[in-house]
Design a protein around this ligand. Structure first.
Ligand code: GAR
Length: 202
């Protein structure tokens, strides 16, 4: 069976990208192959991870384009050239328009560091999500993998995993535990699930 071709979009450290690479190596992701990493920042450490693992990478900066349309046109060209079947947003902090997400309906997934619909939507990203969870005083948080549509963090949920908040947690300690116990597990699992459907359906 032909594997689904995956592009991973990143902006930062890329620990979720690393989890995907590891999952591909150890056979958790068996119906997909990461063929491209796209970064929205030049200094994203995720780019080093791609390079260390022999995965092609591209940096596409929003500020280098006059409009959202021309920015997304560049992304679409890269996706076409690389025959991408599935886009995985792994800590990707650049906004994608409804016209972009509509073009790849059911073919873009995202990992979010909370149990959606809590602590999600505009302004909730990275450490801010964990800060908000701690300020609210929730005792359980977690992570969600969902399809991406025109509503920020509003697409259909694929997988979720809960993580307990502990006394004395800081946004940093909570972020780390949510990554270790939830994100790095459910992102590869959901990726495999969708790749299996894509590969099996052609
Ligand atoms: C992850 O915690 C991811 O869930 C979050 O950014 C971090 C990226 O870390 N994404 C969002 O907040 C999206 N709304 P990484 O670069 O080490 O994978």
């Amino acid at each position: 069976m032909l594997k689904a071709r995956i592009a991973v979009f990143v902006s930062g450290g890329g620990t979720n990208l690393q989890a995907l690479i590891n999952a591909q190596k150890n056979g958790i992701i068996k119906d997909g192959e990461i063929v491209l990493v796209v970064a929205s920042k030049k200094d994203a450490y995720a780019l080093t991870r791609a390079q260390q693992n022999g995965i092609a990478s591209e940096v596409v900066l929003r500020k280098d384009f006059d409009s959202q349309d021309s920015y997304e046109g560049k992304l679409i060209d890269l996706l076409d050239e690389n025959k991408i079947d599935l886009i995985v947003l792994a800590g990707f902090m650049s906004i994608l328009s409804g016209s972009f997400t509509g073009r790849y309906d059911g073919r873009i997934i995202n990992v979010h560091p909370s149990l959606i619909p809590s602590f999600c939507g505009k302004g909730f990203y990275g450490l801010r999500v964990h800060q908000a969870a701690l300020e609210y005083g929730v005792k359980v948080t977690g992570a969600t993998v969902h399809f991406v549509n025109e509503v920020t963090d509003g697409g259909q949920i694929i997988l979720q995993r809960a993580v307990y908040v502990q006394d004395g947690d800081t946004p940093e300690t909570l972020q780390r535990r949510v990554m270790e116990e939830a994100e790095w597990k459910i992102l590869p699992e959901a990726t495999q699930q969708i790749c299996k459907e894509i590969a099996g359906g052609r």
